[in-house]
Design a protein around this ligand. Structure first.
Ligand code: UDX
Length: 434
């Protein structure tokens, strides 16, 4: 099968490389010439574990190629995936669909033979129908169907999430489109991955509802963590006790500094807007967004308290900047809210991150020092703040850390360490909800 992937970002590049692994002939197209040239030179513009090998394998097998020429690629395609960005529109929280619609209109004029045009990007309910209207207007004779095939990839484990999905969601309007997509995903039959077939609107809403629900679990446990601190309960134990109930499930109940990333913040806002547009309430998701913002603010107070009430003129070593480990992505990372608040009050910040410094620098105050090693960051620090649970921070040499630091405050925003062990090592240890 010939597949065109429009958009070579996180979703487009991972999906395209995985479809090539499934045996399809995939052409990844992007408007950004520098991105395409980098990919043609075998450079991967994003940090995603295993993606460089997967792309190299697809290119070597002549199954994966990169091009700026959409016309030629679409003319031969059985399926054209739209995997362009749908960023939050400035100011009003709507998903910005200009790139999706522009892609659809351009594709329409190049269609030859029956083609399925598939929304891979996370798009508001009704977008696939709008894409269909645009395509028919641009090319009334085109023989095509639209479909919605949302992705559930987590950054840092995107390839595994694609190759071993909990489910594949197909929003289709015709047997032909369903047959074409089932054929493309046939290799997943081997692992009996459930294919959930539904209509366009349901497929689009499944994506938003899933992300909003996952964000809800996180804000829920983050709010409970505040109560845990007051009553002397342990939020890890609460999460474990809750998660053993099959109806709740143990995942996404880790208390922390709040969720970030390119999806939860964007998709929760978009879902609220979609509900508003259709005259529906979305009080739960609105609260999820509010709780997340206040959790980040609560972390600033926690750090201030741990420093005896003021961070002014204190040196704070921050371990981790990205919104989660195994990515270089800084979008909506809690660090972007927490570090400026500390710097504003006169804290001196030494920041370290295995992958995120390049992305982080333009987004954070210029007064922040970026350190190449953990030792350099913690040297003469009054406090250490563990912001992102990279593996590099999970096995710190506590004796050496204590010796290198000036003070002995350790604020663990990801609950990686145990209080007893830290106090034995001479630290004043605080964390989230324990
Ligand atoms: C998420 C969804 O998981 C994925 O299905 C969707 O396709 C894209 O958005 P991603 O944003 O890459 O994936 O990362 P994820 O692992 O879900 O974490 C999102 C945020 O929630 C991170 O900031 C993480 O630190 C935080 N988180 C996650 C918690 O605070 N607690 C948890 O228990 C889990």
């Amino acid at each position: 099968m010939n597949v065109v992937m429009i958009g070579s970002g996180y979703v487009g590049l991972v999906s395209g490389a995985c479809f090539a692994e499934f045996g399809a002939n995939v052409t990844c197209v992007d408007k950004d010439e520098s991105k395409i040239n980098a990919l043609l030179n075998g450079e991967i513009p994003i940090y995603e574990p295993g993606l460089d090998e997967l792309v190299a394998r697809g290119v070597a097998a002549n199954k994966l190629s990169f091009s700026l020429d959409l016309e030629q690629a679409v003319g031969e395609a059985d399926l054209v995936f739209i995997a362009v960005g749908t960023p939050t529109r400035r100011g009003d929280g709507h998903a910005d669909l200009q790139y999706v619609y522009a892609a659809a209109e351009e594709v329409a004029t190049y269609l030859k033979g029956y083609t399925v045009i598939v929304d891979k990007s996370t798009v508001p309910v009704g977008t696939a129908r709008q894409v269909s209207r645009l395509v028919s207007a641009a090319n009334p004779d085109a023989d095509y169907d639209v479909a919605s095939n949302p992705e559930f990839l987590r950054e840092g484990s995107a390839i595994d999430d694609f190759m071993r999905p909990d489910r594949v969601v197909l929003g289709v309007e015709s047997e032909r489109a369903e047959a074409s997509l089932r054929e493309l995903y046939r290799p997943l039959n081997l692992i009996e991955a459930p294919i959930h077939v539904t209509n366009l609107e349901s497929a689009e809403l499944i994506k938003y509802a899933s992300n909003a629900f996952l964000a809800t679990k996180i804000s829920f446990i983050n709010e409970i963590s505040q109560l845990c601190e007051k009553v002397g309960a342990d939020v890890h134990s609460i999460a474990k006790g809750m998660g053993l109930d099959g109806r709740i499930g143990k995942k996404f109940l880790h208390a922390g500094p709040g969720y970030g990333g390119s999806c939860f913040p964007k998709d929760t806002l978009a879902l609220i807007r979609i509900a508003q547009e259709h005259g529906c309430s979305s009080r739960i998701v609105e609260s999820v967004v509010e709780v997340n913002a206040s959790q980040k603010a609560r972390m600033v107070s926690k750090i201030r308290e741990a420093l005896g009430g003021s961070e002014a003129d204190k040196t704070i070593a921050v371990l981790g900047l990205t919104f989660k480990p195994e990515t270089d992505d800084m979008r909506d990372s809690p660090a972007l809210a927490i570090l400026p608040a500390l710097a504003d009050k006169g804290a001196v910040i030494n920041a370290h991150d295995p992958e995120g410094v390049k992305e982080a620098k333009p987004l954070l105050p210029t007064t922040i020092n970026y350190c190449d090693s953990i030792d350099e960051a913690v040297k003469s620090a009054d406090a250490v703040v563990l912001m992102t649970e990279w593996n590099q921070y999970r096995g710190l040499d506590l004796a050496r850390l204590k010796e290198t630091m000036n003070g002995n405050v350790f604020v663990d925003l990801r609950n990686v360490y145990e209080k007893g062990m830290m106090e034995e090592a001479g630290f004043e240890y605080c964390c989230v909800g324990r």
